[in-house]
Design a protein around this ligand. Structure first.
Ligand code: MN
Length: 137
């Protein structure tokens, strides 16, 4: 086994994120593995743009409070301990709540062509700030 040297923490790029977002890549599988795993830290109000993962994605919220939405779906609150699966090709976005940090682990795979995600438009404030579905008991 190895305790591996991880790449430096990078800032989420302004064409794919709004607000302060920091990314630590944990796993970038060598072929035939296509697994990817990252810790992503969102400051309050920060979120990613609309995107889709060719082979889906699993998110596990490690800390804080955030929000997530699938195309055409309700805006959902997510909290530490929640695990969210997005199916292959489903357009969605995720980020922190307006008033809390949110950190998640993201696990996904690159597609056949090596592409990791397809990216679309940013989430404007009016959509980000829409009513969040209250959590049931
Ligand atoms: Mn995603």
């Amino acid at each position: 086994m190895d305790i591996i040297d991880k790449p430096a923490t990078t800032r989420g790029s302004s064409d794919r994120f709004i607000g302060d977002v920091w990314i630590d890549e944990l796993v970038h599988g060598e072929p035939p593995s296509r697994v990817r795993a990252s810790i992503v830290r969102f400051a309050p109000g920060a979120r990613n743009a609309w995107h889709a993962h060719p082979v889906g994605q699993t998110l596990h919220v490690l800390d804080g409070v955030g929000r997530i939405q699938a195309r055409g779906g309700e805006l959902l609150e997510i909290r530490a301990g929640d695990t969210i699966a997005t199916p292959p090709g489903e357009w969605h976005w995720h980020g922190a709540a307006p008033d809390h940090f949110m950190t998640h682990l993201a696990v996904f795979e690159a597609g056949d062509d090596g592409a990791e995600s397809a990216w679309g438009e940013q989430i404007p404030d009016r959509d980000y700030g829409a009513a969040v579905r209250p959590r049931g008991g």
